[in-house]
Design a protein around this ligand. Structure first.
Ligand code: APR
Length: 297
């Protein structure tokens, strides 16, 4: 009972937070006033929590929108990196071969920027969810983001599907790969194993994803998914929630904007991750939900 009322309070604060900061409210059909927005969000969060409430293997799948609230730019949204930067030049093997220094300068800049950002309450809520979703439920956190904000928020194990911004690897594919230090020293030297040039450890356009992270998601056999801040425009990761939804598994989408996936989502939460994840997690881990789960399973 106490937990439930705490949930309601947190939810109300989250909605007010959106309004207080003067952010434009995501447009919702039939919603024009702040009170209507709060009420719509409350209903959506409850629907989302109910949809995920019986999951025993919940996949949290996060895209750039999750890190946006921490100050890391997305790729395609307003101020997105691919709106102002040349993908071909900065994120393809051909671009690196043509001008490695330009690519490295950009990566060092991004590394320093991410290092200056801090995890936000939504990312900390994911850490709480992965640690506290009542047994026997398990949570796997996977992301296409290359930053380390989820780890810094306290998530024990993060599956990085598109690699890590902080990895440096041999560009000649000798197999050498290491975490760079804060001064990016490894990025300035030849490969210590074979002497070839080194490159960022990210997965670039035109390259295959490493199989390990994708296999980790497949092995987990998710029975539900919380999809946060992803445009789902990049394969093969976009196949994960689509396949789950096609198999009749509930997939809840959290995104300020409607996406190509919204039509098949079990519930859609329209707002920012930092505002909506804390009340959703609060509800999912509440005693009320726990009781419900025991009754259903
Ligand atoms: N909270 C939640 N979602 C948000 C927020 C926010 N505060 N702000 C923006 N979003 C949503 C946007 O509406 C958009 O749907 O996050 C999504 C970001 O989309 P993209 O920029 O396309 O990022 P992503 O889907 O993660 O891109 C996938 O593309 O370029 C490659 O390798 C790169 O991993 C990246 C991949």
């Amino acid at each position: 009972m106490a937990m439930a009322s705490h949930s309601a309070q947190a939810l109300s604060l989250a909605c007010e937070g959106v309004l207080r900061r003067g952010q434009s409210r995501p447009s919702l059909p039939g919603v024009s006033t702040a009170a209507e927005y709060q009420s719509a969000v409350r209903v959506a969060i409850t629907a989302a929590a109910v949809a995920l409430s019986t999951s025993k293997r919940l996949l949290v799948l996060a895209g750039a929108g999750l890190s946006a609230d921490a100050g890391v730019p997305t790729f395609r949204g307003e101020g997105g990196l691919w709106r102002t930067h040349d993908v071909e030049r900065l994120a393809t093997p051909g671009g690196f071969a043509a001008d490695p220094e330009v690519v490295w300068d950009w990566y060092r800049e991004r590394r320093l920027h991410v290092a200056s950002c801090s995890p936000h309450p939504g990312q900390r809520a994911i850490a709480l969810l992965s640690a506290h979703l009542p047994a026997p439920a398990q949570v796997l956190v996977a992301t296409t983001n290359e930053d380390d904000l989820l780890e810094r928020a306290g998530v024990n194990q993060v599956v990085h599907l598109h690699g890590s911004l902080f990895d440096t690897m041999c560009a000649a594919n000798c197999g050498w790969r290491a975490k760079d230090d804060q001064d990016n020293l490894l990025s300035l030297r030849p490969c210590p194993a074979c002497g070839a040039r080194v490159r960022p450890g990210s997965v670039w356009f035109g390259e295959a994803l490493p199989s390990g992270p994708l296999e980790a998601v497949a092995r987990f056999e998710p029975d539900a998914c919380l999809l946060v801040g992803s445009s789902l425009l990049v394969q093969p990761v976009s196949g994960i929630p689509n396949d789950l939804a096609a198999a009749g598994r509930p997939v809840v989408e959290l995104n300020p904007e409607e996406t190509g996936f919204s039509q098949v989502a079990a519930a859609s939460l329209r707002g920012a991750a930092k505002d909506l994840l804390p009340p959703l997690v609060d509800l999912l881990t509440s005693r009320t939900m726990q009781d419900q789960r025991r009754r259903v399973t």
